[in-house]
Design a protein. Structure first.
Length: 78
């Protein structure tokens, strides 16, 4: 399982991230210290707190992770 952080600031960004996660051939989990949801689920994603960066867990190998990170690079958080 690979991990990185994202920051989403608007409903439109949430929708865009879901669209990018949905096309991945591996599970994508998004959350914080308290809650973790399916990153491909609209209902799950809108239930998160976006006031802080979120953890993204991708069950994939390193090359697939790098491709996924490239597709969501505008949302990457430090």
């Amino acid at each position: 399982m690979q991990k990185f952080h994202i920051a989403l600031h608007s409903f439109q960004e949430v929708q865009e991230f879901i669209s990018l996660a949905t096309v991945q051939p591996f599970p994508v989990l998004v959350g914080n210290e308290v809650q973790q949801v399916n990153g491909k689920s609209f209902i799950g994603m809108v239930s998160l707190d976006y006031s802080r960066p979120l953890h993204v867990h991708a069950d994939c190998d390193l090359p697939a992770l790098q491709r996924f990170q490239q597709s969501v690079k505008k949302f990457l958080a430090e």
